[in-house]
Design a protein around this ligand. Sequence first.
Ligand code: FES
Length: 150
Amino acid sequence: MAINLKVNGRIRTVDADPAKPLLWALREDLDMVGTKFGCGAGLCGACTVHLDGNPARACQTPIGEAQEMAITTIEAVAQSDAGKRISASWIKLDVPQCGYCQAGQIMSATALLASNPRPTDEDIDSAMTGNLCRCSTYVRIREAIKDAAK
Ligand code: FES
């Protein structure tokens, strides 16, 4: 079934079951591999995208539902002013270790700063709690978000 998805401002047509997770439509059908597969169960946040500006788990979002929304991925955020500012803070504070979860972390951080430009530590911890990092870079992530918010 042909499904039109609005990805990063462009209409992209995917020929797939409406129940297919957005994560796999992005990676397999649209060759957009910046959105990562971690758990596939909505638990780790590696697959975080924005749906209508809000962070969401692409692994838990059927494309049949996503077709109603504006989908933003790390590929677009990385090119945005906000994404560049956050990435600069990530680099400055040497946040990544293995790096696998970082695209999802940056997607959540970008959404946080868009809605709350001056977050407290508690705001950051609350917004980022669903993004797991096996290397435990959480302290550096919090500092980088605060740096980007300056
Ligand atoms: Fe989607 Fe882990 S891969 S939450």
